[in-house]
Design a protein around this ligand. Structure first.
Ligand code: GLN
Length: 492
């Protein structure tokens, strides 16, 4: 089926005019009709405009134009990325009817390539969460087992690629929101170096951590999507002004001579033993292919979550102050006065977790506590970054598990925020340091749920990360496995 293929395989078929982009889009929407009611990965589907976009791509292919690698390729976009004319809710009731008047820079870049946007994907409200259960709209189900969560906060973007209801997608990662759902849904997910991709039009959660990145079916597609979205942007002062390599040059099936560091702090008793086994086997595969594997230490790892839950909520409390019901978004209908309007708009418009973060952040920044919490957290963040700087003097890439557990049952952690926060114990350290990180499928636990291997690089060393990921993928079969979605007893 066309919807099962990778973007690079589809590009060949489109280029040779074996298929049309319209046929491809229709194939993906047929798959949506078949399984989306079980997976619930989408908040909005944009079939009419998608077919117009596909038609335009077909015109180019038929004329024999030199078409970019993503022309005609069906892509899904996390609902935190602004899409002109297409509702962008951030998974929140407060933005239920928000239709952005402009495109995020990544969208402008993707449209320039001629992509076909299938729809906007479900997410934890304002990207706060690890299970997608914090969406104000629906719970997304993990295609590998519909009773489990897909991870979060980009759970919809991971699930639709896993379920073949999109060929690829974009998500955002603040503390692990691309890597963790990619691991739990058995797909490739990458967070580029902080500053590689413009955040213009990415609705802000924690601005010093947020970064957009791809979900794909393989590492080659990941490189192609990175090529399309990376680069400095005058509209985002934190985007880095440096040249962007052709990331497909990192697709080298060879790790000989590369040093891979394995940090001992990531192998704690909290790590599921079956996951630990998968990771050790994956590292052994890389060693067998000629990489040098060495144990390293990142001594401040244990403080990453505590630090994250000061810095991220502090930034969120400032960023979310703009949702006050005045200019856009939800507004309480019958306020007593202006202050009452603000209060009721925000109480009614935001969900529980978002309110918890606003309160945590406001407290951490308040007079008398700022030094004790926020300033101290910034110092610890620097220590975490220094651990990585020292490690990358000795190794090229760091290999760890992406998530300490496989996908958990829907509802299992919702009443226990601390348990939920611990889902990101392996991803937040690299977020603090702004490092590039990828999660690639590396096996399955006995219950059949997928496991992800996280590979981290020094800042702007995406190509090295891709090289290790690609070599692993080319020498293993995990990424070829597809979930069997149980649709009322019928497998699709
Ligand atoms: N799960 C983490 C949180 O809740 C990370 C979310 C993210 O990366 N957007 O904040």
């Amino acid at each position: 089926m066309l919807y099962e293929l990778t973007a690079h395989a589809l590009h060949e078929k489109l280029k040779n005019q074996e298929i049309t982009a319209v046929e491809l889009a229709e194939s993906v929407y047929a798959r949506v009709d078949e399984v989306e009611r079980h997976v619930k990965g989408y908040l909005t589907l944009t079939k009419d405009t998608a077919l117009e976009q596909a038609n335009r791509a077909d015109t180019g292919f038929q004329k024999g134009d030199e078409m970019p690698p993503l022309a005609g390729i069906p892509i899904a976009i996390k609902d935190v990325i602004c899409t002109k004319g297409v509702r962008t809710t951030c998974g929140s009731k407060i933005l239920e009817s928000f239709v952005p008047p402009y495109d995020a820079t990544v969208m402008t870049k993707l449209y320039k390539q001629g992509v076909v946007m299938i729809g906007k994907t479900n997410m934890d409200e304002f990207a706060m969460g690890s299970s997608t259960e914090n969406s104000a709209y629906q719970i997304t189900h993990n295609p590998w087992n519909l009773d489990t969560i897909p991870g979060g906060s980009s759970g919809g973007s991971a699930a639709v690629v896993s379920a073949d209801t999109a060929v690829c997608s974009l998500g955002s990662d603040t503390g692990g929101s691309i890597r963790q759902p990619a691991a739990l849904c058995g797909v490739v997910g990458m967070k580029p170096t902080y500053g590689r991709v413009s955040r213009y039009g990415l609705v802000a959660f924690a601005s010093s951590l947020d970064q957009i990145g791809p979900f794909t079916k393989d590492v080659t597609d990941c490189a192609l999507l990175l090529n399309a979205i990376c680069g400095s942007d005058v509209l985002d002062a934190t985007s880095v002004d440096m040249s962007v390599p052709d990331f497909t040059q990192g697709l080298i099936n060879d790790v000989k001579g590369l040093k891979i560091g394995v940090p001992k702090e990531y192998f704690t008793p909290a790590l599921d033993t079956e996951i630990a086994d998968c990771i050790h086997s994956a590292i052994a595969v890389l060693e067998g292919l000629g990489a040098t594997v060495k144990e390293i230490s990142l001594p401040h790892t244990e403080y990453a979550i505590a630090t994250y839950y000061i810095i991220a909520p502090a930034e969120a409390s400032a960023n979310l102050a703009r949702y006050d019901g005045v200019r856009y978004g939800y507004r309480h209908e019958n306020p007593e006065d202006l202050i009452n309007m603000y209060k009721r708009t925000r109480s009614e418009g935001f969900g529980e977790e978002v309110k918890r973060r606003i309160m945590l952040g406001t407290f951490a920044l308040s007079a008398g506590y700022q030094d004790a919490y926020y300033k101290k957290a910034q110092k610890v963040r620097t220590l975490i970054k220094s651990d990585f700087d020292a490690a990358f003097e000795k190794v090229d890439v760091i290999a760890t598990p992406t998530s300490p557990t496989p996908a958990f049952k829907i509802g299992e952690r919702i009443a226990d925020p601390l348990q939920m926060y611990l889902s990101d114990v392996m991803t937040t350290p690299a977020s603090h340091a702004g490092l590039p990180g990828i999660s690639v499928p590396c096996g399955f636990v006995k219950s059949g749920l997928p496991v992800g291997l996280q590979l981290l690089g020094a800042p702007f060393a995406e190509e090295k990360v891709l090289r290790v990921a690609y070599t692993f993928e080319q020498n293993t079969e995990h990424h070829r496995q597809k979930p069997q979605i149980q649709t009322n007893g019928v497998v699709s």
